[in-house]
Write a protein that binds this ligand. Sequence first.
Ligand SMILES: [Zn+2]
Length: 251
Amino acid sequence: MSLIKTKGLVIKEQAFKEQDKILTIFTEDEGKIQCIARGVRRPKSGLMASTQIFAYSEFVYYPGKSFGSINQADLIESFYPLRNDLTKMALGAYLLDLMNNAFDFFQKSPEILKLLLHILYYMAQGKAKSDLALVGAFQMKLVSYLGYRPRLDRCSACESQENLNFFSIENYGLLCRDCYSSPGYAYKITDNMVAVLADFLKEPIKEIKNREYSSEDMMKLNDILDHYIGNCIGKGSKAYAFYKSMLNPLV
Ligand SMILES: [Zn+2]
């Protein structure tokens, strides 16, 4: 089989045998793939930096039925500053985990990959007024891309446009004051938070990074959207649970 050359982001790494790694890479041209990177845990391996988690590299690999085999990897961007800040690191790891959970092997999405790369760059370089808003925008744009855009303009149960102050996980969007006791889990949400969700959906990420958002609202929206995504794709994020436990070590 002939070699494939494509750029990609390492979204998961697992140690394998003595000196190897199994990498999950979200590539531009081939989508989500899994590759064995031989010898990259040797201290002198020239591929150590280009095959670690968060590395965006140009990969050359031999494709296989389930695992490819890395032949060459040239680092393009390491997002290194994420490693110097525990919160950024945990948030970044969450975004990679979402990416991994949301796509099947060989499923492609160059547009979502590009969005993720922009967000990791802004986060690593400290370019955003709120990292949590970047995370929220990624959650919202990703879940909508997957076909689960939550309904924000009307009550998901009765179509009313008034008093839409509850976000229902199982009803895929907002519920009004009269319907919020419908079966399933509903979060209380303010008009301002609803407006922010609409921003997350329609505004480009370069716009979101310049806006001031309340940290308290962002945390609530991140929680709601993580719960929502987990319900939509049928898999919760362990990285989000880790991030939350890091914020509240005593809970
Ligand atoms: Zn209603």
